[in-house]
Design a protein around this ligand. Sequence first.
Ligand SMILES: *Cc1c(COP(=O)(O)O)cnc(C)c1O
Length: 356
Amino acid sequence: MINFAVGPVQMEEQVRAIGAEQIPYFRTAEFSALMKENERILKKLAKAPKEARAVFLTASGTAAMESAVMHVFSKKDRVLAVNGGSFGQRFVDLCRMHEIPFSELSVPYGKAVTQEMLRPFENQGYTGLLMNVHETSTGVHYDLDLMASFCERNHLLFVADAISSFLADAFSMEEKGVDVMIASSQKGLACPPGISMLVLSERAIERVRENPTKSMYLDLKRALLDGERGQTPFTPAVGILLQMQERLKALEECGVEAEVARTHGLAEDFREKIRGLPLQIASESLSNAMTPLKPLHGHALDIVTVLKEEYGIWVCPNGGELRDQIFRVGHIGALTKEDNTKLVDALKDMAGRGLL
Ligand SMILES: *Cc1c(COP(=O)(O)O)cnc(C)c1O
């Protein structure tokens, strides 16, 4: 089985071996040191400012999105949420649920955000921006420079869900003025699902301190406080944090640019190899993390099923309205160009059978 899903992704041998070991007790100096090291490396990979802090929640990525919405913003804010697919919709739903005043910038599926689309929201008293760097449901990577200058001009607190783009596309918290970067264990980090991370700027930490705490489990004040000594308020997914340490150390050694370049190489190789197949790339602004494909004749969900059952290859179906039209091929995790060749050979074979 080869896994081209966009999370959970294929894990390296060493990371899987750690997952097979016994789980140590964690209220110890050793585990605190490991957590401080994880925080240091994560900040470095995110190119976070020196004063920033990183916290680790034992929950999937959505928990970090929810915790950020609840604790960085309050009823006094006015937030703009970019909504170009199901992950943008999730921010919209979270604002509604937690009663954060917001407006929605609706982006048509597969389209990038333009200066023109932002114009009606300039100088309107907004205080924050919620955005997925890469809207994984449609495969659109938004223009970070455009969003960063919009935030700067309008003095917005910038919350960036980088869950699927972190380590796949170039990113710098400091350079783009990002106040909260959200990441998750099961995407580019190629660990099991179960840990999500928030890297918070000084400004965002200030907000968390000022705002009332709205949740016990997702309490960022407590996570920040306990994190000062390398601990978490509740029992964390210790095993995943150990696996993450292995990955973070390796990434620190090779450098984040090299990992982005490796992912870019895989994405380009795949896009090159599918030329001539009856498949259309369905996004005008691609991330290196994934290629969204629209078959010209076939049925997207059927293609996903046939690839899985007859060729032993997993790709991602789409949810919602795009379910029958688009499927997605990930380039994150422990994949190689040979894996790409196997997938493309399967697709060619299916094209020959009239299934694309
Ligand atoms: C995967 C992903 C998430 C998180 O989803 P979970 O299932 O909660 O881990 C959030 N945002 C984006 C952009 C994603 O790709």
